[in-house]
Every structure is written in C-alpha cells, then in structure tokens.
Design a protein around this ligand. Sequence first.
Ligand SMILES: [Zn+2]
Ligand SMILES: [Zn+2]
Length: 147
Amino acid sequence: MTEHHDGGCLCGDVRYRVSAQPVIQCYCCCATCRGASGAAAIPWIAVPNSGYAITKGEPVTFQSSDTVIRQFCGRCGTALNYRNTDYPDQRFQTDTLVAVASSSLDDIEAFPPNEVFHGDELPSWIDPENLCPGAKHHHGQGDDQSP
Ligand SMILES: [Zn+2]
Ligand SMILES: [Zn+2]
C-alpha cells in the first residue's frame, strides 16, 4: 500500500500513521474493549506491526490481561491500539499484528468493519446483526474461542 492513513486522539497529543493494508477489519464487543473505549463496541483494524507508527507524542500503556497490551492517550483517554501475543485467531499468530482503533483515523470511512468478534457480549439493546450487516461473526456465534 503506497498510500497511508493518519489518525490520533481527541486532544491531538498523540498521532499515528498506518501504512499497511489491514489483515482484519472488525468490531470487537468484548467487555475489556468496552472498558477501554467507553463504547459498547469498538472498530479495529489489524495491521502488521511494521505498518504502524506513533508519529507524535507518547501513548500510555496498560496491560489489560496476561497477553494483552493496550495504549491510549494519557491526556484525553482515546483508545489507540491493542497488541495480543496469544490471540486465538490464527491471523494474529502468523505475523506480528497490532490492532488500531479505526474510529480514531482521520478518515473514518477508510476501513469499514466486515467481521464481528464477541458479539455475544453486546448489551441486549444492540442487535449484533444490525451492528454490522453481513459481517462474519467470531466467538459466541458458534465459534467458541473466547480468550
Ligand atoms: Zn489525547
Ligand atoms: Zn475486545
């Protein structure tokens, strides 16, 4: 991918650049993503580590479970990225991927989600089928690999 996409947090202290084509474009509806974002579901793109760079500022790192590192802006709190060394989806294990919170991209239309992870953890007032029509579902929809 010769083009790149920039993004950043609400206050502008932290900026980043994505310069690789995403391997995964998804929503995650798990309880820890909910806690990290303050939203019921969060859109992610997973890209090779080499295709993601912080270009301004220094995000804060939080280890949200044994194998998961999340980074966010320490001033305004925007969730920025997610790294998991032991995610059950094989695509995370074939390369070193970083998941980028894609709603923090300047161009929010760039990489629409086409998969839903942990749709079973959504609150009752969101229908997983309506969240992302036509999406492929993982975990809790017949695919029981929840970490
Ligand atoms: Zn910020
Ligand atoms: Zn999640």
